[in-house]
Design a protein around this ligand. Structure first.
Ligand code: SAM
Length: 268
């Protein structure tokens, strides 16, 4: 996170490989955080060399997340599940939703051990806020843990956010299928918001983040607008629909070579 300690390679937490880039740490670096290693910064700089505006895009992405969460909170949702939450960055989901609903429940979920350590440390003194070390690719198990460990009640509306996560799920892991499991679990009045790497991104960006990062967990699978639209099957599309996420925020934000689609669906 922006305020976290500088990790040193000599005291790497268990289960962490400092020689393979991780999306959480590349993204942390783009946001100006300190929880990243040389290998993450190197990948970030290969992206920035082609598209320096990717730093701004990282912040637009945070803005989109908070916009989606605010939309759900304003509509009366009081439970928030942030999947692939990343290293904590302020303002975070709980800070935004507690403005509207001080007793709202918030669960942060990530499969990166570094993210979990930071989230867990931060959440200790916030009632109703929990951190889970879990994998979004195992929806049945995760939904059960959200109920038992985070107190999420799937019989009531919930807002599930998957911001910058699904493009790390490769085709053989069937992203459409796993998103369907979350949609099915949601009660009417629930929200599902995501962003996703778009195949209309600049070819050099696609090359650097899919070829360079091949076989690491930071490898990106860019998808078409039609492919990501299926993630909203059966939901009512809100706002401008499945469009580059800048269009969700303002009319005058610059385009970026790395294009992320943003979408917010609501269950009727
Ligand atoms: N959602 C945050 C945001 O937008 O600010 C962080 C985005 S970061 C680019 C992607 C995050 O997704 C990383 O923290 C990574 O560890 C997490 N992630 C990737 N694959 C995951 C999986 N299968 N299960 C849980 N988390 C995952």
């Amino acid at each position: 996170g922006v305020t976290g300690p500088q990790p040193e390679i000599e005291r790497v937490p268990q289960g962490v490989d400092p020689h393979e880039p991780r999306s959480a740490r590349v993204y942390d670096y783009l946001l100006g955080g300190k929880d990243n290693y040389e290998v993450d910064r190197a990948l970030a700089h290969r992206i920035l060399a082609v598209a320096p505006e990717t730093r701004s895009l990282a912040w637009f992405s945070r803005k989109f997340l908070l916009h989606a969460v605010r939309t759900a909170a304003t509509a009366g949702v009081r439970q928030f599940v942030d999947l692939g939450s990343g290293i904590p960055t302020s303002p975070n989901v709980h800070e935004v939703v507690h403005e509207t609903h001080p007793a709202a429940r918030v669960a942060y979920v990530d499969n990166d051990p570094v993210v979990f350590v930071h989230c867990n440390a931060l959440m200790g003194n916030h009632p109703g806020v929990t951190a889970l070390h879990a994998d979004v690719r195992r929806p049945a198990e995760l939904i059960r843990r959200l109920e038992t460990e985070s107190g999420i009640d799937f019989a009531a509306p919930v807002a599930i956010t998957l911001v910058g996560v699904l493009h790390y799920v490769m085709d053989d892991e069937n992203p459409a299928e796993l998103v369907a499991r979350y949609r099915e679990a949601m009660a009417p009045g629930s929200y599902l918001a995501f962003t996703h790497g778009a195949d209309i991104s600049h070819p050099e960006i696609i090359e650097r983040t899919s070829q360079d990062a091949r076989n690491s967990s930071a490898q990106v699978r860019y998808r078409s607008r039609d492919e990501v639209t299926t993630f909203l099957d059966g939901l009512e599309n809100t706002g401008p629909g499945v469009v580059p996420l800048q269009q969700w925020l303002a009319d005058d934000l610059p385009e970026t070579k790395l294009v992320l689609y943003g979408a917010v669906g609501r269950k009727r």
